[in-house]
Write a protein that binds this ligand. Sequence first.
Ligand code: PMP
Length: 397
Amino acid sequence: MLFSAIEQAPADPILGLTEAFKADPRSNKINLGVGIYKNEAGQTPVLDSVKRAETALLEQVTSKSYLGIEGVPAYAKAVQALLFGSESALLKDNRVFTAQAPGGTGSLRVAAEFLNKVAGANKIWVSNPTWANHSAIFQAAGLEVASYSYYDKASHGLNFDGMVADLEAAKAGDVLLVHGCCHNPTGIDLNLDQWKAVAELCLAKGLVPLFDFAYQGFAKGIDEDAAGLRLVAEHLPEVMVANSFSKNFGLYNERIGAVSLIASNQEEGARAFSQVKRLIRGIYSNPPAHGALIVSHILNDAELTALWHSEVAEMRDRIQQMRTIFVSKLGEAGIDQDFSFIERQNGMFSFSGLTPEQVAQLKDEHGIYIVGSGRISVAGMTLSNMDNLVAGIKAVL
Ligand code: PMP
């Protein structure tokens, strides 16, 4: 008997919260746990650009035969242009190789498998704190996970000096995991000078950066948010990117992302990429088609691309508006603790500074669900739940 002695796995801290939320009978409950965009009506809608692409695809599709291991070719090209800009010298020099993969998570896993099993990397450095799933993904691929300072509790800002100091201990061949924009969970990103310093540090120490890019378009804009990635990629011979279209295309359940590798030159890149394909063949053989067809259809159609840009801007602007209203309502409620930093953070999340006790009290006494670290999904705030939220927070402070 193999199964009888197996222990129960712990519930996932974030997805477990959603289950508890669903089971809560209170009508004024608020879910600010999982990172899913919600509109003012509290729904996660299918984007119009996606609906229009799906309608067109339904007419066009003639076969459900397998894709190649690396997925839809037009998709890979569209991803590269989105990441690096269509005029990028990296693309002209054929240094970028992209495989479609199942979501950001699948892309990170493929990247990690490649870095460990093929490129021989042993250690990956992740920010403290980071997305809760990073350690599990990287450890499963055989990488040792080390952490570098990132968040400065006192200023609610970036501890860049601490980050650089901690990375002094990194060794040549180690991997540096960075969030391309909208750092999860803190919402605090590097500025361009800091990205430049990171690029120089990687070059000096022989580190390979792996960009986790799950929120392109949610901070400042689609091209603006790629500025750090583009700067680092121009400076370094070898970079990897795992990007996701779960959030910016709202394609959460289509599981669509990509893993890209940038090599020193085309010949080395082609050899390395052949190994990425070999790994994929042994994991899921080849990716599902639908999400990639949607994304490549939109990005190869000027009108749909413009519509998608406006839909991303609408999501970004709504979240930013919620930040502004949240901070001003906390002030109006007579809370003198300074929460103005929430307006300066990027993306879906805000690291609120609420303690685990306050988080537990918010859930038990007010039906307000946020992650134990104090991470609030700002995307779950609406004009209609804002007053209850502020009243709950006031009560637990
Ligand atoms: N990286 C980060 C930083 C994320 O926040 C997420 C999603 N929560 C992912 C990767 C994974 O994205 P996906 O759902 O596409 O697997």
